[in-house]
Design a protein around this ligand. Structure first.
Ligand SMILES: Cc1ncc(COP(=O)(O)O)c(C=O)c1O
Length: 378
């Protein structure tokens, strides 16, 4: 692993600007295991459930939950979504999972693991879930319970699905046996902190669960996520496991006690104001990046407020830039920690490439085909 190559990796959404030297002794010198329910201390003493509950409450409040919020720190967003899908299938065994064609592959994996049918919903030109197509597919669902997974920040273009619109559509169609899970792994926190106030995708908009990553915007530097519910899911087992002294309400057994410390340090250390400023700096850098690409004539796209810029995938650049994507489209994600100077160097390499009159294909607009019901693993 060559750590000096970090500046060339512009396609992955892991913030790196916050570090936690004051936690080094705890994180590297103590066994900390948050096994079992975070709201029940259990038999063990070597855990950080107090920090975990603080994190759940902090994020719950941000997304519009009240005092009854329940959730836990998971190993990643995939685990959080699996928890939500499992909760849905426990409450409604006939549930069908609906996710857009731009949703992360973890949704298909979660549906597959609980053996729930997955229905793909088409997207519009900006990669948002098409409410017209969702309406048609829900109608075709013939009375079965529905779990719609909305994405707040799709992996490729950072599109934001309309959670309030999805909830309204379910109301129109009389779908009361429903869940609306929000995969806000990528952009939940920065979007919730936009200056215009209450997030349009949180619990007040109709979400019934929401997952947000720690190692993306929050810069925990090690993978983790927080799954949140406005209240403890009703169908959850209350049985106390005598070995651990708590109920077994999470997907994994033993869970990291270190990641709640990192999350608490990020959330409480920065506060809403600090995170809002970090988000604004990233948006400013994204605007700079997009403008710089347009100025040199390199095909690029950016959705409103996004940290993500998609661009025509270059080949054979003088330096080893890693822009992800496929052979046609790459991306730059201006996460906190990305330096404007790195972007400027990339743009100058791209400009040199253009001057060399080397053919660069235009990005293909992301047309999503709707694929119907089935166990598509995406
Ligand atoms: C929108 C979205 N959902 C889910 C995930 C999965 O997160 P994890 O790898 O932490 O399970 C990602 C990761 O990139 C993502 O961008």
């Amino acid at each position: 692993m060559d750590l000096d190559d970090r500046c060339y990796e512009l396609a992955f959404p892991g913030a790196t600007d916050l570090t936690y030297p004051h936690l080094a002794e705890l994180v590297t010198g103590r066994l900390l295991n948050n096994v079992g329910d975070p709201f029940q201390p259990g038999h063990g003493r070597s855990h950080t459930k107090d920090a975990e509950v603080q994190v759940v409450r902090w994020l719950g409040a941000l997304f519009g939950a009240g005092d009854d919020v329940w959730g836990y720190v998971a190993g990643g967003a995939t685990e959080g979504t699996l928890h939500a899908v499992d909760e849905a299938v426990t409450a409604h065994p006939d549930v069908m999972v609906y996710a857009s064609a731009a949703a992360h592959y973890s949704i298909a994996k979660a549906a597959h693991l609980v053996r729930a049918p997955l229905v793909r919903v088409a997207t519009d030109d900006d990669d948002r879930m098409s409410l017209d197509d969702l309406r048609a597919r829900l109608r075709a669902g013939s009375g079965r319970a529905a779990m719609i997974v909305a994405t707040v920040g799709t992996t490729e273009r950072e599109a934001v699905d309309d959670v309030a619109g999805i909830a309204g559509l379910c109301d129109d169609l009389g779908i009361t046996r429903r869940r609306i899970h929000v995969d806000a792994a990528l952009a939940g926190v920065p979007r919730a902190l936009l200056p215009d106030g209450t997030p349009g995708f949180g619990f007040r908009a109709g979400a019934t669960s929401l997952v947000v990553s720690g190692h993306k915007f929050l810069s925990t530097l090690t993978p983790c996520a927080v799954i949140l519910y406005p209240r403890r899911p009703a169908a959850q087992s209350r049985e106390q496991i005598s070995y651990i002294g708590t109920a077994d309400t999470t997907i994994s057994g033993s869970r990291s006690g270190h990641t709640p410390l990192l999350l608490a340090a990020s959330l409480l250390g920065q506060g809403r104001g600090g995170h809002r400023r970090r988000a604004q700096r990233s948006r400013d850098l994204a605007a700079y990046t997009y403008d710089a690409l347009c100025r040199i004539g390199w095909p690029a796209q950016r959705l409103p407020d996004a940290f993500t810029i998609t661009l025509a995938q270059p080949d054979r650049l003088p330096r080893p830039w890693m822009l992800g994507g496929d052979e046609r489209t790459g991306r730059i994600i201006c996460m906190p920690g990305v330096d404007q100077a790195w972007v400027a160097e990339l743009v100058s390499d791209l400009e040199a490439r253009l001057r060399g009159r080397i053919h660069v294909p235009a990005p293909r607009p992301r047309r999503i085909e709707s694929s119907g019901a089935g166990r598509d693993r995406g």
